[in-house]
Design a protein around this ligand. Structure first.
Ligand SMILES: [Cu+2]
Length: 166
């Protein structure tokens, strides 16, 4: 029995969550990602604030935003190198050995609305419990869904370890 008098149709055992930690380069970022068990897969709900302002690309620099967004294989959001943080999260989670663009945790990009973003989408590639112990990464640049193995999405600007909802 769920302890809350509301939302009794939602069983907490079927929800995973990642609370985002900002890169030292973008310390204003806050956010959360929820994974809800639904028939046939998972609804992913993302809400983020403090994203950097969009900047168009130049001859030498890709655009800042929309932001690449993926599940990475290691549930460790350690900053390590502050100029290139969160390498601790490892590479993209890729349980069925697909090319980038079709990794199980290749997600839609995040469009900043003056720093704020939210979205909910469905995936049939996993259930919330399958991604516990992995991590969520937001990147500085767009994902081209084509370059291997990371989509050229650039630095990691936020990271969150995926855990069961308490
Ligand atoms: Cu990534």
């Amino acid at each position: 029995m769920n302890s809350s008098k509301f939302y009794q149709h939602i069983n907490k055992r079927d929800i995973s969550v990642a609370y985002l930690i900002p890169s030292p380069l973008y310390p204003e970022i806050t956010g959360v990602v929820f994974f809800y068990d639904v028939p046939g897969g998972t609804d992913v709900y993302v809400e983020v604030d403090g994203l950097p302002k969009y900047q168009p690309g130049t001859d030498t620099q890709p655009p800042i935003g929309p932001h690449g967004f993926h599940i990475h294989e290691v549930g460790q959001c350690t900053i390590l190198d502050p100029t290139d943080p969160f390498q601790s999260a490892g590479e993209h989670w890729n349980p069925d050995n697909q090319p980038h663009g079709n990794h199980a945790g290749d997600f839609p990009v995040l469009f900043s609305n003056n720093g704020y973003f939210r979205m909910k989408f469905f995936t049939n590639r996993f259930k919330p419990k399958d991604v516990i112990g992995k991590s969520i990464i937001i990147h500085l640049h767009p994902d081209d869904y084509r370059s291997q193995p990371t989509g050229e999405a650039g630095k990691r600007i936020a990271c969150g370890v995926i855990v069961p909802l308490k």
